[in-house]
Design a protein around this ligand. Structure first.
Ligand SMILES: NC(=O)c1ccc[n+]([C@@H]2O[C@H](COP(=O)([O-])OP(=O)(O)OC[C@H]3O[C@@H](n4cnc5c(N)ncnc54)[C@H](O)[C@@H]3O)[C@@H](O)[C@H]2O)c1
Length: 344
């Protein structure tokens, strides 16, 4: 079969990872786009990409491209994804879906009108450990999952200080959208429950406004604004009656970075990080260690997307899941801002 031809829009930190992974996955990266000309030329030469553009409309005009990866700042996910569908391309769009669930709905409508595939870059689902745990939970081994705790916390890791990352108009939020989306999606996906009912949240900005705790991700813009949160927590009550606790930080006085999901069911519990289930067998408490390969989730994501483009698989990110996560994160922002419980 002919190689799938992919265009990558955005050649920043994650865009270059995508170029490398798609090449390894057997696709042809036929065109790239970035507004930064120096970066574009450097990336074009490094990955031997035949065509490079500074305007994404020019890339989308290339008839031979089957699919496009949108690896752009969050505020560009909606317009570029919609333009790509109108140009007849399949789309892998980076997370978070957009700046709001209304924008995400528009993207899904454009996908339907085009009859193409949309995969959202919820990369943590592609860890083999996530897949293995999901299989055990889907087989009913936890019973009814009624409580989940999840968090993605950094001691010192504000991406792109002063750039789009730390501007509300361009990022939509700080760690709530940037890394909270991974933690919440993973917890909800493992639970198989995306329908939040109400949210009580708080957020704080203690480091960013002082220019402290810059991380090594993204392209900092010295003197640029910081008007997003750097820590947030939320208590989420689900329609099912289950409760989800979410906490995120880009900067905090903690011992080190943590990314965790803990699930409690009425038959057993599970810890995603250590891939352990906490069960009861014949009246005894038993810890069961599950086994998974240490894989590259970005490569697995690229392989899955190419299979979706060829019609061999359905995207793992379903509409109600994309919208469920985005609506919940929108509610986290609204509750943190108003100080009120937000009902969805
Ligand atoms: N799935 C994951 O694990 C993961 C990891 C990191 C980032 N992301 C997501 O990927 C997206 C990009 O993040 P990043 O870290 O690569 O950001 P980045 O700032 O490193 O790169 C963004 C790139 O987009 C380019 N750009 C900006 N406006 C453009 C335009 N109009 N046309 C073409 N190019 C333009 C910039 O010049 C830059 O090179 C974000 O939405 C982020 O949330 C996902």
């Amino acid at each position: 079969m002919e190689k799938v031809k992919v265009g990558i829009v955005g050649c920043g930190s994650i865009g270059t990872w995508h170029i490398e992974r798609f090449q390894r996955a057997g696709a042809e990266v036929a065109a790239i786009c970035d507004t930064d000309e120096g970066r574009l030329e450097e990336v074009k030469a490094r990955y031997k990409v035949p065509r490079a553009y500074t305007d994404y409309e020019d890339l989308l005009g290339r008839k031979e491209l089957d699919a496009v990866v949108v690896a752009l700042p969050n505020y560009l996910h909606r317009p570029v994804t919609i333009a790509a569908f109108r140009a007849g391309k399949h789309v892998l769009c980076e997370k978070p879906a957009a700046l709001s669930s209304e924008e995400a709905e528009e993207m899904l409508r454009a996908r339907d009108e085009a009859g193409k595939v949309l995969l959202l870059g919820l990369t943590q689902r592609f860890r083999d450990s996530s897949r293995v745990l999901k299989e055990h939970i889907s087989a009913g081994e936890l019973g009814e999952v009624y409580y989940a705790k999840c968090g993605y916390l950094r001691r010192s890791g504000i991406p792109g200080m002063g750039s789009w990352f730390t501007r509300k108009d361009k990022a939509g939020a700080g760690p709530i959208f940037d890394i909270g989306v991974h933690a919440l999606d993973l917890a909800m996906w493992l639970m198989g429950d995306f329908r939040a009912k109400e949210v009580m949240a708080s957020s704080y900005s203690k480091f960013g406004p002082l220019g402290k705790r810059a991380g090594d991700w993204g392209f900092p813009e010295p003197g640029g604004p910081f008007d997003v949160e750097d820590l947030a927590s939320a208590l989420i009550r689900m329609e099912s009656g289950a409760t989800v606790f979410l906490e995120v930080s880009w900067a905090a006085h903690i011992g080190g970075a943590q990314f965790y999901v803990t699930l409690l069911g009425d038959r057993a519990g599970a810890d995603w990080g250590s891939l352990t289930m906490f069960c009861e067998e014949m009246g005894r408490q038993v810890d069961k260690k599950l086994y998974a390969e240490a894989n590259d989730p970005y490569l697995a994501e690229a392989v899955h997307f190419l299979r979706c483009v060829r019609g061999e698989e359905e995207p793992i990110t379903k509409d109600e899941e994309i919208l469920g996560v985005q609506r919940t994160l929108d509610a986290v922002l609204r509750s943190a801002k108003s100080g009120e419980v937000v009902r969805l």
